[in-house]
Design a protein around this ligand. Sequence first.
Ligand SMILES: [Fe+2]
Ligand SMILES: [Fe+2]
Length: 416
Amino acid sequence: MIQYALFFIIYSFAGWVVESMFRSLVEKGHPVNSGFLMGPFIPIYGFGALSVMAIGMVTAPYPFPAQLVIFTLFATALEYGTSVLLEKIFGMKLWDYSNYPIYGRHHVRFPLNINGRVCLFFSLFWAGLISFQIFILNPPVTRFISMVPVRIQYIVLFVFLVYLGVDLYFSTQLYLRFAGFLKSVKQLQMGKVTKELQTRLQLLSSNRIMHTFLRPLRAFPHLRDQLSSAWGRMPKGMNSSYLKDIRKVIVEKLPQLKKKNKTGLLKEFFAIGSTIIKRPEYQQLKTIKHHDKDIYTHNLNVAWISFLLAKKFHLHVEEVVKGALLHDFFFYDWRTFRDKDYLLPHGFSHPTISYKNAVKVYGKLTLREKDIILKHMWPLTVIPPRYRESFLVSMVDKALASVESVKAVLPESKRE
Ligand SMILES: [Fe+2]
Ligand SMILES: [Fe+2]
């Protein structure tokens, strides 16, 4: 049994040698470390070689040409399955025979390919390799393995398995990260900029991580096509300066995108609130002291934060903004003034005063807007808010009022 494990190791290595040589030739003499792993092994060849040996035993009564057809069909199916599996895991194709880059830029469409995953040319190439394995490699390899003491065989296997585990782990991490990077770049180019995307790109575009992406890009030329189609033309020889450029643009672009996003939100906010804000009565609030500044600033702050939260929690954004803008709508400095019509202290009376003023200036309000204004001092005013929107504004008001009141007692220089 142990011999088979050694066959696996040797043929994984032999596969790496053959594929790297072939690829280096196709890439105009640039040495290529082919395959998914960092080390000089491509396990699929080891697995293929072992399978050929197993199928060979079963099909022994048939003439070699018939056996070769079966071997080749199996190898092709294995290649197809691996392609599907890798695409499932990483969400990207690692090779594509329908658009195969040769000599850097030139692309070839291999005839008789199936979904770009397998093609006749490479299946014939597998047939050649399998024949080479059976007639040329197998005899000396078998002899060599039988010469190695069993104890050494176990040690070799143990070391290989440890190495394979480590390489597999780090390589999978790297390819997953690269797949995430590719997806982010595509989203960025399409202008689908979310906070999550920004955080992801910020994380991924560090110098160190970008440098590691050279490995998948060198190992699988198809990934270069995918990246360059998402980002733009790639220089002829694959080099790190291309990734450096991407990184530079991402780093430059991100804060701008952030600003643009905020501007969009501000626009939306003022589109809702401007009818209220631009009235002269509302502008008058700027002159009335409140907490650290004035009622106008306080209302706008409460409305802006409530707006952002309302969007996040999918509440009635428009009513939240309007209600919050009008929650404190009175025209006196509450610390010095007492409305003789209201016997209750300011904390209890100003929600009603604000609501009455709002109706006087802006006409009828919606039930939610009314509730937001009247209940914003809850639980001081005993009846609890009826809507989630009212509860939200009441909480934001409390939080901001506390911050503003602390600022108000701080010396001017420490306020910001
Ligand atoms: Fe208030
Ligand atoms: Fe308030």
